[in-house]
Design a protein around this ligand. Sequence first.
Ligand code: CU
Length: 227
Amino acid sequence: MSVLVRAVLLIAPVLAAASGAAAGPQQTVLEGVVGPAPTITLTKDGVEVTRLDPGQYTIRVDDRADSHNFHLFGPGVNERTGVEFVGQQTWTVMLQAGDYTYQCDPHATAMRGTFRVGAPSTPPVPQVKPLVGTVGPGKTIVLRTGSGTRAKALTAGRYRITVRDRTARDNLHLVGPGVNRRTGVRFRGTVRWTITLRAGTYRYRSDATKRLRGSFRVIASAHAHGG
Ligand SMILES: [Cu+2]
């Protein structure tokens, strides 16, 4: 073998690697996991994905149950594992500005997440909205929104409820789809619950006084494309 040929053989892989690196920036890897518990997650470096820059991504999906699947859809993307499929899949996707959803199709109301793709200047989707529940002093109970009005119709999603239990004779007990939380009747103080409200009717009451009660409706959240 001549010195020239040997030199070319040595250099060729280096050139190939260099041109490969020049072809594009390193792709960001996202990890999608569904099952075996009824949970679905999409994370980047271990953190739940809520916003991404537009671009090409590698999605590693680990589907751990034959009763769940991982389905990602949004602008230009529609990828899914089979419900009966168990194992790993890798997808390369081009994410564009807009809202994306990942869900388990058979359990889409409970096993579901969303994230937004867009410039960092895009206002983030509000993740947790505030509510304030007050019981007492005296025979009063009310649940108010963050703006201070009595809750009547709310949008489905994550809420942080600050419960101000100001009486040792009543409590605040909130019941509705997926939620059953209460303070103790004798308890007085402030607690905070972070809960997910789903479409349906929620009722709150004092377990000690029947007439102390209220209710509100929750409507499914529309996929608002804010700008
Ligand atoms: Cu499922």
